[in-house]
Design a protein around this ligand. Structure first.
Ligand SMILES: [Cu+2]
Length: 721
């Protein structure tokens, strides 16, 4: 055998070996038949690379905390519950205790920042809010010593409802004969009704001072899963949340027909007739070499120089803590954000009539933004390359339960550009430099009855954190005795848009107020600086220009200097700087909050809902950090009088210069419904950025590499049918 034929045989042998290796690699990662995946799917037989990585699953029954900010484990919740139930006064009647919240009482910031992996954890404490024999209690539970200590209780309001509060309120009307007769008189079978517990707000009425109240309204689910589109209009039941007693029934609107069910169902299996005639071909992000992030011990996320702690929270939904970013010049980690979360939501409807005026929801403090977060749907809520994190929450009886897949973390690449420059032919330089933008997203989605909120914290390699809120789900709609706009009395206010026959989508606002404890290069010596752009007029003798814009810096001394209403024609940048640190050339290091599309609160400030929602009166506030000021609407939001809001705290006008400060940003939406929102809304979203401003010495992703064809996975068409 000559040497060339030996080489040829060797080449074929190596090719066969490589083929077998590739086959084996695919085989060991084959998805199970029950997963619904297939190696070959859709038209054209696309070769799909199966994920070759997985994060270890958490065994909640035996989980232990690893980080000072890790949420309470199943074991810790069980221990805290038994400490509380065996202590006075609760031990006298443990079955009468309702747990409205039980979560980690976070250690002091100084202890958390001083902690390193491997150190013993600071003492673990739980904070509990319970109702017992008609009273609310706020308590701190020391898990090490087994002791209970009382905390102050707000002057007004009640804690977040338990899931049991909501379900028992929703079924309470069915025990009332007058209610049942009214439903039947409207031609609706009792077996078809679905009812919603609607927080009743506070309207300066005497009964609100002595009873915990809720309003219940019902819908007909006949012929559709989308019962929200079939309101039984005008029938409102006032229920005592503690006793489940029916306090009052408003029975109006019997002449208003129940809107039709046809065309309202949105489920794929049911609404198959809506299927697009030309669906898109399958699309997915594949990472055959695995993700570039890891999640250490369940909660510490590390990616592209970022490190942060991520956890689910029953009230806030998702909490990002201790976020730090590596400085590419030195490699050292630099603090950016100690704690960020959605502190409160405010959703007032713009219809002052009897069955609607009270709809002024505060979804975090009243319903629990995290309690309402359902498991995310793999492949559709989050892409295929996502990692999922569970939430561990507490039922009304104090027992723990696991909300699986409540948060997802994934790397996102949508074809966006990190930076670029091309030279044009006039310079004679052949330069085409572009860098792709890949980001890391932490996502949750809460379904607060009809509405769905998607909250994304998106970390970028250039140091930007983008916080995005998406709105989808189903409108809260109103029955009407009209089937066409022309039939509506001209002088009457419709309060919204006719979406379909007999159905009005009522105008409303959404506000989401974020608590952003920025720690720019440390907690201390942070200041809020307003950088004001103003027009300067010139001396015509010195320049052909008549005017230019100039930036001047104003350091906010006290809280009132930092109550910001955004104005397009009076622009500012809003920086949080570390006044002790400067860049090489002398600029103070900072991060700025960059607003995007948003909306301002326009209700009368003395309107009771706006008193409670006064935290939306400004888009930006800055307060000195105070552990008792985390919830913008107050600790007890339900039915409160607005005495404990961010607006009230800020009026103290405390010093905020060179302090540990918290910036609050409110993202707002005015929503005038339209027919495209029927029967379910396409996503609408808006965002704001936390962006480094003179934080780095230069573009921090200057050294990031471009994409090369040779590095990318092969996902080409393998064959055609
Ligand atoms: Cu809306």
């Amino acid at each position: 055998m000559d040497s060339s034929s030996l080489l040829r045989r060797l080449f074929f042998f190596l090719c066969a070996l490589l083929f077998l290796l590739l086959l084996f690699r695919s085989w060991i990662s084959l998805p199970s038949p029950s997963s619904g995946d297939s190696l070959f799917s859709g038209a054209g037989h696309i070769l799909i690379q199966s994920p070759l990585f997985s994060f270890p699953a958490v065994d909640h029954a035996t989980a232990t905390p690893h980080h000072p900010l890790d949420p309470l484990t199943v074991g810790e919740i069980t221990a805290a519950r038994s400490i509380l139930l065996s202590s006075s006064p609760f031990s006298s009647s443990p079955s009468s205790v309702a747990f409205h919240s039980l979560s980690l009482d976070e250690p002091d910031k100084s202890l958390v920042l001083a902690w390193s992996a491997g150190d013993p954890l600071p003492p673990r404490r739980a904070s509990a809010v319970v109702r017992f024999l008609g009273r609310s209690y706020s308590l701190s539970v020391d898990l090490a010593t087994g002791t209970l200590s009382p905390l102050p209780v707000p002057a007004s309001g009640y804690p977040t409802m338990t899931i049991e509060d909501m379900t028992s309120a929703a079924t309470a009307p069915l025990s009332d004969a007058a209610f049942n007769l009214s439903v039947l008189a409207r031609g609706v079978r009792l077996s078809d009704i679905a009812c919603l517990p609607i927080s009743s707000g506070w309207f300066r009425r005497e009964i609100e001072d002595r009873r915990r109240l809720i309003k219940v309204q019902c819908y007909s689910g006949e012929g559709t899963a989308n019962f929200y589109m079939r309101p039984i209009e005008g029938l409102t039941v006032l229920v005592d949340l503690d006793t489940k007693e029916i306090v009052h029934i408003d029975d109006e609107g019997r002449g208003i027909p129940i809107p039709k069910s046809s065309g309202t169902d949105y489920r794929f299996a049911v609404a198959g007739g809506n299927e697009l005639k030309r669906p898109l071909k399958p699309i997915s992000i594949e990472q055959p070499a695995g993700p570039s992030f890891d999640v250490v011990e369940g909660h510490r996320v590390r990616w592209a120089g970022w490190e942060f702690h991520l956890k689910a929270d029953a009230r806030a939904g998702m909490v990002v803590s201790a976020a730090a970013v590596a400085d590419p010049a030195t490699g050292s980690m630099r603090q950016v954000l100690y704690k960020g979360f959605a502190s409160e939501l405010f959703v007032p409807y713009m219809d002052p009539t009897d069955a609607w005026y009270f709809k002024t929801y505060m979804d975090a403090g009243e319903y629990g933004f995290g309690l309402q977060a359902m498991p995310l749907v793999p492949l559709n809520d989050c892409p295929r390359n996502a990692y999922y994190m569970d939430g561990v929450f507490v039922a009304g009886d104090g027992r723990p339960y696991v909300r699986q897949n409540m948060i997802c973390v994934y790397e996102s690449y949508g074809g966006d550009i990190g930076w670029r420059h091309s030279e044009s032919p006039i310079t004679g330089m052949e330069i085409r430099e572009v860098r792709p933008k890949v980001t890391l997203v932490a996502r949750m989605a809460a379904s607060v009855a009809n509405y769905d909120y998607i909250v994304d914290w998106e970390f970028q390699t250039d140091g930007v954190i983008r916080v995005k809120v998406g709105l989808s789900g189903i409108l809260m709609a109103k029955g009407a005795p009209f089937t066409h706009v022309k039939d509506f009395p001209a002088k009457q206010d419709m309060y919204g848009t006719l979406l379909s026959e007999n159905l009005i989508g009522v105008i409303h606002d959404h506000y989401i107020t974020f608590h952003l404890d920025l720690d720019v290069d440390g907690a201390a010596n942070n200041s809020f600086v307003k950088v004001h752009l103003t027009r300067q007029d010139t001396d015509p003798a010195t320049t052909p220009r008549r005017s230019y814009l100039r930036a001047t810096r104003q350091v906010a001394k006290t809280e009132k200097d930092a109550q910001i209403k955004l104005r397009l024609y009076d622009p500012y940048e809003f920086h949080v700087i570390n006044s002790e640190k400067t860049t090489r050339v002398g600029n103070p290091v900072g991060y700025k909050v960059v607003p995007a599309g948003t909306a301002a609160a326009l209700l009368e400030p003395d309107d009771p809902p706006q008193i409670r929602g006064a935290f939306t009166n400004n888009q930006i506030w800055v307060t000195p950090r105070n552990k008792s000021e985390e919830w913008a609407g107050g600790l007890f939001v339900y039915q409160n009088r607005g005495e404990d809001t961010l607006a009230v705290w800020s009026e103290r006008d405390r010093p905020i210069e060179n302090e540990d400060i918290v910036l609050w940003y409110t993202l707002g939406f005015h929503h005038i419904p339209c027919q495209e929102d029927f029967p379910i809304m396409p996503m609408v979203s808006s965002s704001f950025d936390l962006k480094p401003v003179n934080f780095f010495e230069r573009n921090p992703i200057l050294g990031s590499p471009p994409n090369w064809e040779r590095d990318l996975p092969i996902c080409s068409a393998a064959a055609t049918t």
